[in-house]
Ligand binder design. Sequence first.
Ligand SMILES: [Zn+2]
Length: 482
Amino acid sequence: MNLSRLGKPAAFLSALLLTMPVLAAEPPPAVDPAVLARVRDAAMNSDWAYQRLSDLTDRIGPRLSGSPQAEAAVVQVAAALRSAGLQVSLQPAKVPHWVRGEEAAELVEYPGRPDGIVQHLRLTTLGGSVATPKAGLTAPLLVVHSFDELKARAAEAKNAIVLFDVAFDQDLADNGLAGAAYVQAVEYRVKGASAAARAGAVASLIRSVGGADFRLPHTGVMHYDADAPKIPTAALSAEDAMLAARLAAQGAVTMHLKLTPQTLPDADSHNVIADLPGRDKPDEVVIVSGHLDSWDLAQGAIDDGAGVTSAMGAAQLLKSLDLRARRTIRVVAWMNEENGGGGSKAYFEANKDRLVQHAAVIESDSGAGKPLGLQANVTLESVAALHPVTEALRSLGAAAIERRDEAVGADIEPLQNAGVPGFEPLLDGRSYFFYHHTAADTLDKVKPDNLRRQVATLAVLAYYLAEMPEPLPRLPPRKEEN
Ligand SMILES: [Zn+2]
């Protein structure tokens, strides 16, 4: 957040008025504040987006890339956007097709184990994992708390199952830093298997990346490095990771682990694209988006049903108000954010000669909490230009601007790396990682009022960015991370 910048235009203006009282009246604002207020108020009186979210979650459910449900979601969302009066097209994208199988883990030896007793653990396979042998594997368990500890104990990792017992820092999330808490824990989900494999492990486990105590395992994507053998990997519930760690602290622990996922050939899928054409510069585009795919354990209501239907709702609202901005407002329902980014890559490839015509990009992918403002990957000078947006959102308590120098929203990252200013609504994330990527990501977690606020935030922002006479300054080009 950069409150000092927000104060500047007002201070400058009052100084100007004091020193030059005879100046002619100011020109009218470039975008009428009354129109922005009308958009906001209309959003707060519409449940169109919530109805679309109900359709997506209750009629289809989980939408992992390559699944029949993901394809049903493409068809359903395209139809909804078409009946809202937008110009709809489907953009082909290749996506991975990974299918979860059985998943089971038991502690079969541990200090003080009574005869005949084993401990069954709750776990879920990480997306992209290879399988164990059909009957499972049995190996000693090595519990570590960091990559450094794994290095120091590499000899013990050989032929073992490594468990990275790294807790999600809910305290950070409680203080508005859910994203930072996620980033520091998710490293073990993404890189843990290859790190363990390099040390000679036969399987790798993490403590679930999540902040609640419901004994729920959290899935999510992982990545195999080319220089390490591929070993099976899964996430234990936090409680069961703690159990295993307590027993391992007392002596030798042996685990039996069975995971039977399959990786099928890549599948053909689509992004859904829907345009509300600009009245003046139809070739210039402002994207408002969310991702259509979800993990397979639940309905994907908060990740990212809420985001994608809010983006749809923003465009539907503007269309229903008969508001056509200068530039085209383009809804994108991205496919395959969760495990590959196939939709994002397909869009960038198809538009790489039209990047300069992208004025701004917005993606909502942080859940369904109450909007507090905007995360903005924009130049420092752009913040003052966003003042009318924050003024319009102030009565909703959504006037904060958190300016960043890195990309927001995974699907729109390539466009930002090419210089397009990027936005994501800043949402209350305190409970997001309670349910994220678990079997509890269901419609009841979304409050209809919060969804209306999210539509209001996206609609006001998208309309303003599409209507302002000159687009925001481009970002300095940046190399893609990874
Ligand atoms: Zn997401």
